[in-house]
Design a protein around this ligand. Sequence first.
Ligand code: F6P
Length: 371
Amino acid sequence: MGKKILVATGGGDCPGLNAVIRGIVKRASQEPGWEVWGCIESFNGLLKDQIDIRRLTDNDVAGIHVMGGTIIKTTNRGGPFHFPVRQADGSWVMEDRSDLMKKRFDELGFDAIINIGGDGSQRISLGLAQKGFNVVGVPKTIDNDLSSTDFTFGFQTAVEIATEAFDKLVTTASSHSRIFIMEVMGRDAGWIALNTAIAGGAEVCIIPEIPYDPRIIAEKIATRYHGDYGFCNIVIAEGAKALDGKVTGVAPTAAGDRHIKLGGVGEKLKAELEALGIEHDIRVTVLGHLQRGGTPIAYDRVLATEFGVRAVELIKEEKYGNMVVYNHPKISYVSLEKALEEPNFVKPPTSDLVRTARGVGISFGDNPVVR
Ligand code: F6P
């Protein structure tokens, strides 16, 4: 019997989203009578007053695996259980529109949902599964902070972009005897910063999981200069915290957005180092959304395609309430509950990557007890 699948992409965009969509559509088209529809701007396509869903055929997805972004749009605000609705006085009220979504979903004859997104989106997947929807999740995040999968697609592309930028800063740092601080993404997890620091050969790597002491960074910088000459390259994750445990950013302004907009910790560190008497020229580069845009590298295209194909196979096997995962060497799945049990953060005492970084002399701005 044919199946009608609704696909949504939620949360921040990420290189590889289109490759997942293509994998889903191409695999589903091999099943007689199966249809795939894109829900535009995450589930808003079924939640807004005007329904916005689009049929996706093989023709629609031809060649999109090399494109960044998502052809069905995304949002990281709201969702079926807290949909922002503007009131007459201009204020916003969060409305539970999940019943409306279920009604429309059933009336339109859909059988299953594939929800591609990070932890916030997969929490929505779980809520939808508990409400009786047939849901399969596909993990997405450049931060790689979901623990049940070895990697999420988009992460390796972000590391590649950050490393390429870092390599460029190294040559200018050494030519001008400067200190460069490169701020990368990583809200709670330091994977992008840590991998970039090792790949690029940074002297200092600051991640959210290891609170930093600027005095220790200043000491490291001192070892890098002989008189006027020397240089130092620092990678810092946007979610990094000093010993006071505070992140740097601004409160969200958009309705339905519950996340602090992180940014500025690189400038904060620069000011802290200057206050400690560092006189060498310090420059800050913030990579920001450059890390999420553009074409996915081959690794992410392959992983994303595998996730898309497997998600359709799970629907064929009626294994709902699960999220596709990669556990080397297999593409497999876990329950949504299990997928959300704990995040994937760098665990400094046991992390091989942290040990490797310390092994090549990278400072985390801390006083390491465990080596
Ligand atoms: O979760 C992925 C991520 O890129 C984080 O690293 C970052 O903090 C966040 O999204 C930024 O989101 P936005 O584009 O909505 O500001």
